[in-house]
Design a protein around this ligand. Sequence first.
Ligand code: ADP
Length: 429
Amino acid sequence: MTSKLPTTILYIEDDRASQVLVKRVLGSQGYNVIVAKEGLEGITLAKQNLPQLVLMDINLPNMDGREITTRLRSLPHFENTPIVALTANNSPGSRELALAAGCTGFLTKPIDVATFPDEVKKYLQGHQEELSPYEQNRHLKQYAQAVVERLENKVRELEKANRDLETANQRLRDLDKLKSDFIVLVSHELRTPLTLVSGYAHLMEDNLKTAGDFVSTDFIKGLSEGLNKGIARMEEVVNEIINVSRIASGSLDLSMGPVKMGELIQASYKEFAQICNQRTLNLEFHCDDNLPVIEADGKRLKAAIDHVLSNAVKYTPDGGSIKLSLRVLDNAIDITVADTGIGIPLDKQRKIFEQFYTLGDIAHHSTSKSAFQGGGLGLGLAIAKGIIEAHNGRIWVESERRDHHTLPGSVFHILIPIRQVTFSQSLSY
Ligand code: ADP
């Protein structure tokens, strides 16, 4: 005795409640109901299961029910398989559009549980709703236009997604280059002081061997100065990395207190006057009288300003000049560092404040902090920006372009808001 296989019905529907109801109603009549929740899944299940009838919701994500129907009609098994639209949308024209797209019939939701199985049976037995040739033509045209319009929108979406992907890829490539450059720079920055330390250690060893107990104190003094210089530079590099990671993770802790900005900048000016002297750079200093005492982290603020000054020294050739000015502007202290150096290209003026961003070829990198175009880790301005923003301040640069011959120069602006201080606190600088 052969048992007859149950009739398979594929129901393409994204609404869970409708899926359950139809499955229960048709299941109780002995049908094997399989469900797909969107078009592509529906087409795959249709190909795998070759159902005897398809029930098709119309409003579906991605492809709509009409488009799925048109696609199914192009598959050999589905040329004549009943595909019945089952939709809550019975606005004028929606039945005709569904039929023009290839549906065999049109049923509306919610289903009438009592009559639904009979209606399905009718379609299984060959019932077909017809459109007049005129109606068929009219709605086919309308349907084709809608499909092409959707196609156009999809192409636009894809193009946009491609562009977004390309931007994201470019960003990844940039990050990857930054990472490799950073590794090269850090090893370079550490190797120089390391060579210094190792050189002095060897000198000490050799001298102990030859001079024994008669090593002169002058010699030891020279050694320890050299060693300390190397160690201090290594500490500086490590601190820069720690600082930038603190800024990136938002955990830079400020030690706030009253700060006399005039004195703070004066101290920087004195330190840099020496360096500028060696480099034959003319350093000018202008400061408003009676600058207010502000609440800030003096040490960190000085480090930020020193970094901008150090860049002005590094990117200005010998014979140039640097002007450091300090004045009160509305409710802020306005610090400017103007140089007559090589300048910064317009399109890089934001980027230089990003971590690890070093303009120029790292192959020409030198670790000098004061030589013309001496390099760094590309962290200085990111740290300066982090410190200034932690004080609710702003830093930016103005420059016409980069040109090593005409030397257009750069002007860095730093604005630090003035906050009222309670004078019982001790000065932090
Ligand atoms: P670096 O360690 O490379 O100096 P910074 O973060 O301090 O890193 O600066 C980033 C880049 O900005 C530098 O590599 C340099 O090209 C550019 N730059 C900074 N200051 C100046 C300046 N005053 N003049 C010209 N270029 C500058």
